[in-house]
Design a protein around this ligand. Sequence first.
Ligand code: NAI
Length: 349
Amino acid sequence: MIALAADGTTSEIHRFEDAASGLEAVIVIDSTALGPAAGGCRFWTYDTPELMLADGVRLAAGMTYKNAVAGLPLGGGKAVLRRPVGPFDRGRLFEAFGRAVESLGGRYITAEDVGTGVDDMISVSRVTRHVAGLPAVRDRPGGDPSPWTALGVYRSMATAVEIGLGQTLSECRVAIQGLGHVGSALARMLHEAGAKLVVADIDPARVETIVAETGAHAVGVDDILGVESDILAPCALGGVLNPATISRLRSRVICGAANNQLATPDDGERLADAGILYAPDYVVNAGGIINVAAEHLGWAIERVSSLVDTMGSRLAKVLEISESRNLSPQRAADELARTIIARRGPSML
Ligand code: NAI
């Protein structure tokens, strides 16, 4: 299969199999125009090798755009691993994956994604140094990236409501779907800023905790998308913005952490037509990858803070392009990413 990469070249597809450990993996290097291809490792039950490959290609291209707009000196890549049927030795499997990463000589850097965790990356790190998402050492970047993701969403939200509504967060009612690592941290920051919260999660214990801490109003998971609010923050699932849900929305701004919120790019236009300002997911949820990149590149924590603090101005740039070129914000973000890649750097921001 030849896949067109986000930078206009073709992506590299590397397949790996190791019968002894049960490893079946594809590493997709979408772009190295800005630096080594970075993106997490997904461990998932794929019905066919074709579905696994298609997922890897799509996710790697997304990382190229996300890393470029985040201002990182990194390209985009992704690893997808097929979960073996039957019992397997997890440590051995991830060591075999580490050898696959090592064989690419640093052109691909891995980290956690759906289905993988810190322990897996520790296994990977036994055989390669091209891995991030390891436990933080002293005051260096590393460890759980979600507080950084939440902070980046928070900063972006402040910009979105200022540009879109002429308001500050203290004047806003924010509906949060999903109170996991990111959603709960975001709820605490918004409460601290004086925002009013409406929340939902399929886990009642998480709802209870946030209601007790912030005085949030809890609603059912089927109701959260239709709640009247200034801002809707999807922090649970992808694909939540589709023709059926968009027709029910009663929010003026959408800004949240979930990946792939738009079911299709056309849903970006649907939101614009409905007069809803959509802050593209990969522009606003990059705080975590900034922390992961800093860990790998040996940056100080202060550099993570200052890059996350500029996320609002990156979103402002995207919205400016959206306005001036009459593009949906999602398409404007893709356009910005392609421009950064073509110029080999984010100096234009
Ligand atoms: P998480 O797994 O800790 O939290 C997700 C929460 O959503 C859970 O509390 C879960 O019970 C809830 N949930 C699931 N289905 C729901 C539904 N139908 N309605 C309401 N709540 C529901 O995940 P995390 O780390 O907080 O990530 C949230 C989203 O942000 C995910 O889409 C993730 O891919 C994305 N993201 C996370 C980053 C990070 O640093 N953790 C970085 C970039 C994106």
